[in-house]
Design a protein around this ligand. Structure first.
Ligand code: TXA
Ligand code: MG
Length: 333
């Protein structure tokens, strides 16, 4: 993908981004997690273009990004649990799934009775949201099934001139997609792991939270649950760091790329921040195989393992059980 010529992308300012969104255009926007492909959430024509540009199946719901937690009203039936998570974690890398309200268009929710909402932390996108005065529906700004973009240049490489504008806000701080919590059912459930841990959600809610990060019965509730999501072109293998060089040598008949601390850093935070850029860079050399060391222990390690598992699916498919995480088990975030 990165070896294909980059089609001319148009970089825009904050006021230009707002004007484009008012005019039913689609604009790539920075967030603290990954770049989003944004359209005015109240404009069906603009939202339809997101699906065309991404080549994304229509039934996959989009997250609505908001300037402020108060703006949830109208888009969703806001529960006390939602207010408490919003107060603790927004702006930040957390998406709440709630029963939809009248402002949540069926096209945005994939016809589901629920809607995903998030207040992102990036100042440029906050300025766009405030000036627009509406929510912005945005999936990650990559082609469907490909690795999420963490720089404006990744967006340009994936979508080029098909997107009407790209607002360059620099590299994303967190680097992997938001934690998704479904508050629409009996028990709160984490649908996607991210920088906000299930334990810190359980602690804030004062109740148990279940983990539903893999689809049951083959149907994904969230497309992020698809096994082979977030995938580079090459195969991916995870190895303990003291065995990785030997593994690379044993593959002398294949073209191998090896990721190191120089690409990823030494903490789980630096790994999350650098992972997608490193996979894209490695993939650009068209290797048969990318070898990656086991991530260091830390707050984001589980979420990194989750993404690496999906990036290497179906070979390293690891179906999780459905553990329940209680508020008292850990205070780690
Ligand atoms: O960090 C993020 O969440 C980024 C930035 C741009 O905000 N967005 C992102 O969007 O990752 P996307 O579309 O690539 O992934 C959103 C996930 C999908 O797996 C989707 O199925 C799920 O959120 N989702 C959205 N609305 C939902 C709903 N009503 N019920 C269940 N899952 C939902
Ligand atoms: Mg995505």
């Amino acid at each position: 993908m990165a070896n294909e010529p980059i089609k001319a992308a148009r970089y825009v300012s904050i006021p230009e981004a707002v004007a484009l969104l008012h005019a039913s255009a689609v604009v790539a926007l920075p967030t603290e997690t990954v770049y989003g492909l944004g359209a005015n959430a109240l404009d069906p024509r603009a939202v339809a273009r997101i699906f065309e540009i991404k080549r994304r199946p229509r039934h996959h719901p989009l997250i609505v990004h908001l300037a402020d937690a108060d703006h949830m009203l109208g888009y969703a039936e806001v529960t006390p649990a939602a207010w408490s998570l919003a107060e603790r974690f927004w702006p930040g890398p957390l998406t709440l799934i709630l029963p939809r309200g009248p402002l949540a268009l069926p096209m945005v929710t994939g016809e589901l009775p629920t809607v995903g909402l998030r207040v992102p932390a990036h100042p440029a996108t906050h300025a766009v949201l405030t000036a627009l005065g509406a929510g912005i529906a945005a999936p990650s700004a990559n082609r469907f099934g490909h690795i999420s973009p963490t720089t404006a240049q990744h967006v340009a490489a994936d979508l080029g001139a098909e997107v009407d504008g790209i607002l360059d806000g620099g590299p994303c701080d967190v680097g992997i997609e938001s934690t998704i919590v479904d508050l629409s059912g009996e028990t709160p459930a984490v649908l996607r792991l991210g920088a906000i841990s299930p334990e810190s959600i359980a602690e804030t809610l004062g109740r148990e939270v279940s983990l539903r990060t893999h689809a049951e019965g083959g149907r994904a509730t969230a497309p992020g649950q698809l096994s082979s999501h977030y995938a580079p072109r090459a195969d991916l293998e995870l190895w303990p760091r003291d065995e990785i060089d030997a593994r690379a040598r044993s593959l002398s008949n294949r073209k191998v790329a090896v990721l190191t601390d120089a690409d990823l850093g030494t903490t789980s935070q630096s790994w999350a921040k650098n992972l997608y850029a490193a996979l894209r860079a490695a993939d650009a050399g068209k290797p048969d195989l990318i070898l990656i060391p086991t991530p260091p222990p830390g707050a984001l390690t589980r979420a990194i393992h989750d993404r690496l598992g999906r990036a290497s699916a179906p070979r390293t498919e690891s179906m999780m059980e459905h553990p329940v995480i209680g508020p008292s088990r850990s205070k780690a975030r």
